[in-house]
Design a protein around this ligand. Sequence first.
Ligand SMILES: Cc1cc2nc3c(=O)[nH]c(=O)nc-3n(C[C@H](O)[C@H](O)[C@H](O)COP(=O)(O)OP(=O)(O)OC[C@H]3O[C@@H](n4cnc5c(N)ncnc54)[C@H](O)[C@@H]3O)c2cc1C
Length: 444
Amino acid sequence: MIGVRPSVLAPGGLWQNWGRSASSHPVMMARPTNVDEVVSIVRFARDNELTVKTVGAGHSFSAIAATDGIMLDLGWIEGLSAVDERLGRVTLGAGTNLYQLPTILAPYRLALANMGDIDRQTIAGATSTGTHGTGARFGGLATQIVAATLVVGDGSILRVSETEHPELLPAVRLGLGALGVLVDLTIQCVPSFLLSAVERPVGFDFVLDEFEEHSSATDHFEFYWWPHTDGVMAKTNTRLPAEAERKPLRRINEFVEDRVVSNGVLSVICNVGHVAPFVIPSINRLATRVYGNRSYTDHSHRVFASPRTTRFREMEYAIPRAAVPEALRAIRTLIDDRGWRISFPIEVRVAEADDNWLSTAEGRDTGYIAVHRHFRDDPEQYFRAVEQIMKSYGGRPHWGKMHYQDAESLAGLYPHLADFLAVRDRLDPGRTFTNPYLDRVLGA
Ligand SMILES: Cc1cc2nc3c(=O)[nH]c(=O)nc-3n(C[C@H](O)[C@H](O)[C@H](O)COP(=O)(O)OP(=O)(O)OC[C@H]3O[C@@H](n4cnc5c(N)ncnc54)[C@H](O)[C@@H]3O)c2cc1C
């Protein structure tokens, strides 16, 4: 292929995502080391009527990263390329993983304003699917992106920022990988800070009866409800200045609690539950006693993110925040009525309204409800039934998590969908960057 070093390309093979809920056979794997090579690959694909799909860390549960065309891995286009210390902004290669950021940002005393619960994703993959954490006054990663460079469908390089094509920012910050190959992203950071974390077991009704108050009383509020129980593990994280006193978990305690107790117990529950579902209610009750009763203060990234060693599948819906208590009670009734045995906790988080066109929090203060199943359990019946409940609240599915909607059923949920599709037509008229998932949710 003209312009592409042979070492950049390799024959494709089986690709699978982390949750083992999506797989594909890319015809080729490409690992470019610079932007010119990305341009050559995109042009080669366009000229040969192949598609190109960039994969991040493969941590989406939906098939959003799957392709039978050329799979592009930007693992070599990573790390810091520019810093604006005055504005607190960093420009990073799109293949940078979130777990690299603490080391990259430390010399500048900067941090991400908010994070989800793991740090394995790439920044490009995370922002492209609307990855979020929790916090009534905070948005997801895409709200922190102030500029991006991407290679678009004709192979040209497009710079989007507050001064260059600013009208494209609300689309490019959260573009589902449909608009081009992001090669760098500029993130608006905040001064580094500590988080004081308090995890406590509380009652189901206690947390739902005053959900709005709980979720706005602290900077970052979330909770996990164990089906078949009245037990909830509530987690509040309060922001403190970087100079405040750190009281981290002792390494040994952290290892025992996060790896052995949290992930280990969860793994046992899931494995036992898989072969003997009737024991799930009792072990869930036990779990409400061993999980979450601790407090500590540490660097923000050490509190936001933790390891996930038990493989699972997930569906997450965004609904108007005020609807969360009613929706979760409806899911509880559903589980009871159907007699299902669900071993995984349901996670509830919040986010501030934002203005990214395909953001699940676009235009409304949002509550998130996430349901999970162990990867060996078939999630479909449970997820489809929960999806019906979430749809009745105008629910928007997380783009990187499982759901069963398509372009027709999603129409009407996003006021700026037509604007996004117009940008897609402009940047990728030949659909070089599409795949079956994007055809399904956006149309061909
Ligand atoms: C254990 C686990 C925990 C999770 N926790 C959270 C959470 O707390 N909050 C949350 O919101 N989500 C969470 N997720 C979902 C996850 O954050 C998203 O699915 C995210 O997109 C995964 O990032 P990735 O780098 O693996 O991207 P991938 O899944 O590999 O790709 C996702 C999309 O990004 C596109 N993309 C990737 N790189 C580029 C690029 N350079 N240019 C253009 N497009 C690109 C891909 O083409 C694809 O469309 C979790 C997932 C797992 C498995």
